[in-house]
Design a protein around this ligand. Structure first.
Ligand SMILES: Nc1ncnc2c1ncn2[C@@H]1O[C@H](COP(=O)(O)OP(=O)(O)OP(=O)(O)O)[C@@H](O)[C@H]1O
Ligand SMILES: [Mg+2]
Length: 422
C-alpha cells in the first residue's frame, strides 16, 4: 500500500517535472519566436541569438542562407525618433561602407526597408566575429605574452588604416574591438567617429559642434577618454584614439599570468569625470576632484604624474590650465612600476601611449615600429586607405527627417542599386 502510494507519488512528481520542462521549453520557443519576429529581416537571414546590445542597437548572430555563412546583424529601432541619434547610425553605415581592411569589421549588406517613405528601423549585416575584448577580459582565462602582443598589433594596424582614411574613432574601448579566436581584432562601432578629411575647415567646425554634443551627452566612455577630451580642448587630434588604445592594452596586460582574476580591472575606472560628469553633491567644488582619488583625471595623474607646467601651458582653454594647476604636483606611481612583473618592452610602449600631452604621445606609425612587434609584424597588412573619406551629410548641421531618410537610402543603394529614388 505504502509502496504503491510512493510509486504513485513518484509518477506524479515526474509528471509534474515533465510538465514543467514542457512549459519551460514552450516559453523558450515563444521567446525565440518573439525575438525572431522583432527582427524584420528577409528570409535570406535566419536570426539565431543576441550577441550584444549597446546604446544604439541590438546585435544578433544570423545565418546568411545565400552566402551560407554566419553574419552579425545590427538592428536599430526607432531610427528616426531622434535626429542626432539617427545621424550617428548614418555615420556608422557610411564609414563602414567605405572601409576595407582585415582589422576593421566589414559590412556586407543593409536590408532594404519595407516602407521607403516611413521606415523607422535599420538592419546592417556585418562580418561575424567570435567575441569582443570586453568579453575576453571578463573570461576566466589567462593570455600568453604573444597573444597580448598580437592583439595589440592587430588593433594598431586597424587604427593605422582608419587614421589614414581621415577617420578618428573617438570611442575605442574593449567592447568596440571585436576579436576572433586566432587573435584577429576588428574595430567596430563607428557612430561617434569623425571623418576629418576632405573639406577640413568646414568639418573642423561641424566636428567641434557635434563633439561637444556627444561629449555633453556623456556618450564617449569616460574610462578610455584622453585628458584633452576630459579638459574639453576643442582642437584635439587623432592622438585621442592612442590614449584609448593604451587603456585597452593595460587591460590586456592584466590578462597575463601573474595577475589574479579578481585583480583585473580597467586602468582608470573613474567614478566621476569633472567637468562633464561631476558628482551631483560636488558639482563645482574643484578641490573635491583634484584632492580626491576617484575622479577620472585624478586617477590618471596618480599613475602618470601631474603634467609639467609646459604641458599645462599648451592647453588652449584658460579654465583647463587653472584646473590643472589645482592638482598638487606629484610624480605618479608609474606605468612601469605597475607592470613591473612583465617584460619591460610592453610597459615601456604603454608609457609612450599614456602621455598627457597629445603632441608627445606616440603615433600609430611609431608604435608599429616598436621592436615589441618584431615577432608578429606583417608589413603587408599595414597598408593605408586609398582615399581620405569626406562625408557629405556632415556638411549640413540641420538635416530633417526626410533628408536623413534619403541619406539612409543612398547607403542602402550601395548594396541594392534597384532601390528607387524617393
Ligand atoms: N560583427 C559582430 N560580431 C560579433 N559581435 C558583435 C558584432 N558587432 C557587434 N557585436 C557585439 O555587440 C556589441 C554592441 O555592438 P556596437 O558597439 O556596434 O553597438 P552600439 O549600440 O553602437 O554600442 P555602444 O553602446 O557602445 O554605443 C559589441 O560590443 C559586441 O559585443
Ligand atoms: Mg559599442
Amino acid at each position: 500500500m505504502t509502496a504503491s502510494t510512493n510509486q504513485e507519488r513518484k509518477v506524479t512528481i515526474s509528471e509534474l517535472e515533465q510538465k514543467e520542462e514542457q512549459r519551460r521549453a514552450a516559453a523558450q520557443k515563444d521567446r525565440e519566436a518573439k525575438f525572431r519576429e522583432a527582427w524584420k529581416v528577409p528570409r535570406r537571414y535566419k536570426v539565431k541569438q543576441l550577441l550584444g546590445s549597446g546604446a544604439y542597437g541590438n546585435v544578433a548572430e544570423a545565418w546568411d542562407r545565400e552566402l551560407d555563412k554566419p553574419v552579425a546583424i545590427k538592428q536599430t529601432r526607432h531610427l528616426l525618433d531622434d535626429l542626432i541619434d539617427a545621424k550617428r547610425i548614418l555615420r556608422e553605415a557610411a564609414i563602414l561602407g567605405h572601409l576595407n581592411h582585415p582589422n576593421i569589421c566589414r559590412i556586407y549588406d543593409i536590408v532594404v526597408p519595407n516602407n521607403l517613405l516611413a521606415f523607422n528601423e535599420l538592419y546592417m549585416v556585418l562580418e561575424m566575429c567570435d567575441s569582443d575584448l570586453k568579453k575576453l577580459c571578463r573570461a576566466q582565462v589567462h593570455l600568453e605574452p604573444l597573444h597580448v602582443t598580437t592583439l595589440l598589433y592587430n588593433l594598431l594596424v586597424g587604427l593605422n588604416y582608419l587614421h589614414s582614411a581621415g577617420i578618428w574613432h573617438r570611442d575605442l574601448k574593449p567592447a568596440n574591438c571585436l576579436v576572433d579566436e586566432d587573435c584577429t581584432v576588428k574595430i567596430c562601432d563607428f557612430g561617434l567617429s569623425r571623418a576629418v578629411g576632405g573639406d577640413f575647415k568646414h568639418l573642423d567646425q561641424a566636428g567641434k559642434a557635434a563633439s561637444a554634443r556627444s561629449l555633453t551627452g556623456h556618450v564617449v566612455t569616460r574610462w578610455y577618454r584622453a585628458p584633452e577630451l576630459i579638459l574639453l580642448q576643442e582642437s584635439y587630434t587623432e592622438a585621442i584614439d592612442m590614449w584609448s588604445v593604451g587603456c585597452i592594452y593595460a587591460e590586456l596586460l592584466g590578462m597575463l599570468t601573474g595577475t589574479e582574476f579578481k585583480e583585473r580591472s580597467p586602468l582608470f575606472p573613474g567614478h566621476t569625470c569633472f567637468p562633464l560628469s561631476p558628482d551631483n553633491k560636488h558639482k563645482t567644488d574643484t578641490k573635491y576632484y583634484t584632492k580626491g582619488t576617484h575622479d577620472q583625471l585624478s586617477m590618471i595623474c596618480a599613475l602618470i604624474g601631474t603634467p609639467s607646467e609646459q604641458d599645462v601651458e599648451q592647453l588652449e582653454v584658460e579654465d583647463a590650465r587653472c584646473y590643472m594647476r589645482c592638482f598638487s604636483k606629484k610624480e605618479g606611481s608609474g606605468v612601469r612600476a605597475k607592470f613591473a612583473h612583465i617584460d619591460n618592452a610592453g610597459p615601456a610602449l604603454l608609457e609612450h601611449m599614456l602621455v598627457f600631452s597629445a603632441a608627445r604621445r606616440v603615433t600609430v606609425a611609431d608604435a608599429l615600429r616598436n621592436t615589441l612587434f618584431a615577432p608578429v609584424r606583417s608589413r603587408s597588412r599595414e597598408f593605408r586607405a586609398t582615399e581620405v573619406l569626406s562625408l557629405d551629410f556632415e556638411h549640413h548641421d540641420n538635416l530633417d527627417e526626410k533628408a536623413l531618410r534619403q541619406c539612409f537610402l543612398r547607403q542602402v543603394r550601395r548594396y541594392h542599386p534597384e532601390v528607387p529614388e524617393i
